[in-house]
Write a protein that binds this ligand. Structure first.
Ligand code: ASP
Length: 385
């Protein structure tokens, strides 16, 4: 039974009594009942009303039981954009992760669709190719009842800077609620957020950040290990061009993991020394005692110089295979944000071994995490309006 049904049926005695007790339309209560969730801005009223029915509720009762220990419940999440991990503090992140976990639970039910975003419009604006991120947002939006439009402009020959701003003005006139943008220029989503009057989510900007990937990775780790703090995570490969690595370093550091970066000197940015991580140039030393190995794609499309001798040689030194995973000397789980270059940064034998690979899990968790992010941003919009 979902927590909203539990509250509505067992505390107030059904939809109509709840509607009377709270002074809200029965259709609103029906919406909570069907969706399984209650927007955070109503929690205080419900907690108060429950007192006259002799029930003491607290904010923990608004999440599934197994999630109720997180300290952030009841914390007012009020961010309108998701541009960088820097936008969020620790309670924000805990709120997002607990919402993601909530949807991970709901998504395994038979009919996971609910209507938290009913009447809202989402625009997917991808200036770079994407398979999983774009589809993941599309599905997340649809599962929450939003209208979703996906625009593919990856192959447009128009000057990218002008296109973004022109498109922003046009899209803004359509009154969307959330624009999800991917662009090859670092900072493009932040610029867009200043030109439009809706929420903006960064779905990857150049080599800068990919915050929703880091959040889904954190949720995947948390689901597998039941914790993040104290884990040793190695991020390996093409760190230089990786927005995934940059967002993950920030988030994992914030959540108390020990982060290592492993890669050839040519693929490690010099500023990485200021990121609060340990840096290694060989897999043998770097992988020792790691709980998680996060492999990165070799981003050939972003390389202007020859930064690696050959793909074969790269695999020999940095590709994850059975031999290198043994360097960890403990049970380790493997992640990759996709798309994978099999035989370049990871062997198929590792990628497809469900006992150690979390790669498919990351995709599944991605939809739930993005539902959580959309829910949180939309909630902030409603409470600020
Ligand atoms: N899908 C991730 C990104 O968009 C990782 C990659 O492309 O290698 O950054």
């Amino acid at each position: 039974m979902t927590y909203s049904k539990n509250i509505i049926d067992n505390i107030f005695g059904g939809i109509r009594p709840t509607s009377r007790a709270l002074g809200k339309a029965a259709t609103t209560i029906q919406g909570w009942y069907d969706s399984g969730t209650i927007p955070q801005k109503h929690w205080a009223d419900i907690i108060n009303a429950a007192k006259s029915f002799d029930h003491t509720l607290n904010s923990e009762d608004f999440f599934p039981k197994q999630l109720s220990r997180l300290e952030s419940f009841g914390y007012p999440f009020n961010k309108l954009h998701c541009l960088s991990i820097d936008d969020f503090n620790r309670p924000d992140i805990e709120t997002l992760l607990s919402l993601g976990a909530h949807y991970l639970d709901l998504n395994i039910q038979k009919n996971p669709n609910n209507r938290v975003l009913k009447g809202k419009t989402l625009i997917n604006l991808f200036f770079e190719n994407s398979t999983r991120t774009e589809k993941s947002f599309e599905l997340a939006g649809k599962r929450l009842g939003a209208d979703v439009i996906s625009m593919q402009i990856a192959n447009s020959s128009v000057n990218k800077g002008e296109t973004l701003m022109d498109t922003a003005v046009t899209l803004n006139a359509m009154n969307p609620d959330i624009i999800i943008v991917r662009h090859s220029a670092s900072g493009a989503p932040a610029l867009l957020s200043q030109k439009v009057s809706c929420s903006v989510i960064n779905a990857g900007d150049g080599i800068h950040e990919h915050p929703t990937q880091a959040l889904l990775d954190a949720l995947t780790i948390k689901s597998a290990f039941k914790k993040i703090s104290g884990l040793r995570v190695a991020i390996c490969g093409d760190i230089l061009h990786s927005r995934v690595a940059r967002s993950n370093v920030k988030l994992l550091n914030m959540l108390g993991a020990e982060v290592r970066l492993i890669g050839p000197k040519t693929l490690l940015p010099s500023e990485a020394e200021t990121w609060g991580v340990n840096i290694f140039n060989n897999m043998k030393d770097g992988l020792e005692d790691c709980d998680i190995i996060m492999m990165l794609r070799l981003q050939i499309e972003r390389m202007s110089d020859a930064l690696i001798p050959s793909k074969r040689e790269y695999f020999h030194f940095y590709g994850l295979d059975k031999e290198k995973i043994a360097y960890t000397k403990r049970r380790t789980l493997v992640m990759h944000p996709g798309p994978m270059n099999r035989g370049v940064e990871i062997s198929s034998e590792i990628a497809d071994d469900e006992k150690i690979s979390l790669i498919k899990k990351q995709v599944e968790t991605g939809v739930a995490m993005r539902m959580g992010i959309l829910h949180a941003l939309s909630n902030s919009q409603d409470s600020i309006k």
